[in-house]
Ligand binder design. Structure first.
Ligand code: AVI
Length: 323
């Protein structure tokens, strides 16, 4: 392979607006009403999420980046040579610490970035190729599941799922995701996953209610997108972001509450839903983990713990698993 960057566009045969319309209609018809969080990441949503990661209250990215910077060489020593495959790569900034540790051993490093956002993928791939000529970047523009069949061909692999993105899955989705990764990897491959840990409610809630209001805008942007793509006709001034930590379920529950009655149209399907004033639509959950319980779940799915890296306050963990 030669150094440089390639973008492979996957999943574009599906009609994205129709997929959004069907998912939105199903979510609005359900009780409680909800929308799938994957639709938060259009081009503006991805930019807003990048901004969230820079807010002082949003500790997750800062701590994970420090952990990667501190332990990248150790991670490379534990895994040996491997192609890095990042699922949901976003802006790839944190991954640079790993790439540098890899480049200290090899002149040519393979990095496969998988992301649903084409704009984020193009920008990240270009940035990495320019900064690190020894890195061969392949960007795959699809959801992470579509990349699973590639993993066995790329072995030895270090798969990455960073940022506590796994926290946005329900418990059953988490199990099937880990099962999917485990099945796709070859024995001897590695999987590095970032998880946000259970901690004091006030710290967690501050991270999802930043003072600058970026997270509020991130939630509201989902309705901006619905108005644009689905002709929903939502009064955006009636949409209020709420993020509350539920200590029993150990998850942040993020919803949009409507301060006025709304009729939400899904034009491609010619459907409409009427919400009364005060009704809410859940847009995301963000689960917080306990390391031991996470490691034992992974173990049941044939992913054995190799090493756990945490910060001094025990707020965030990077868990290195071996297939
Ligand atoms: C992408 N994901 C890990 C973020 C989180 O912390 O759950 C999404 C997010 N939503 C609001 N703030 C951040």
């Amino acid at each position: 392979i030669a150094a440089g960057e390639t973008i492979i566009r996957g999943s574009h045969e599906i009609d994205e607006v129709r997929d959004f319309a069907l998912a939105a209609a199903a979510g609005l018809a359900s009780h409680p009403r909800k929308l799938e969080s994957r639709f938060l990441y259009d081009a503006r949503g991805s930019r807003l999420f990048d901004l969230i990661t820079q807010q002082p209250e949003y500790y997750l990215t800062r701590i994970e980046t420090d952990l990667l910077a501190t332990h990248a060489a150790k991670i490379r020593a534990l895994t040996g040579p491997a192609t890095l495959v990042e699922l949901g790569s976003g802006n790839s900034i944190k991954t640079e610490h790993l790439l540098k540790a890899w480049l200290a051993h090899e002149s040519l490093v393979g990095y496969v970035a998988v992301d649903v956002s084409e704009s984020a993928l193009r920008e990240a791939s270009r940035g990495i190729s320019a900064a690190h000529p020894g890195v061969r970047v392949i960007g795959i523009n699809s959801d992470y599941k579509s990349s699973f069949p590639l993993l066995s061909a790329l072995s030895p692999v270090l798969a990455l799922f960073l940022g506590s993105s796994i926290g946005n899955f329900s418990p059953s989705e988490t199990t099937s995701f880990l099962q999917g990764v485990s099945t796709a990897l070859t024995p001897g491959d590695f999987f590095l996953v970032g998880i946000d840990l259970v901690k004091e409610k006030s710290v967690i809630e501050a991270a999802y209610n930043d003072a600058a209001g970026v997270t509020q805008e991130f939630t509201r942007n989902l309705f901006v997108r619905m108005n644009r793509e689905l002709g929903s006709g939502i009064d955006l001034s009636a949409v209020h972001h709420e993020a509350v930590y539920n200590p029993v379920k150990e998850q942040v529950e993020i919803q949009a509450r409507f301060t006025r009655q709304q009729t939400i149209r899904i034009e491609p399907l010619n459907e409409r839903f009427t919400l009364s004033s005060g009704e809410a639509i859940q847009t995301e959950i963000s689960r917080k983990f306990n390391v031991d319980r996470f490691v034992s779940l992974a173990g049941r799915l044939d992913l054995a713990v190799e090493e756990v890296f945490t910060d001094q306050q025990n707020w965030f963990a990077l868990v290195l698993l071996r297939r």
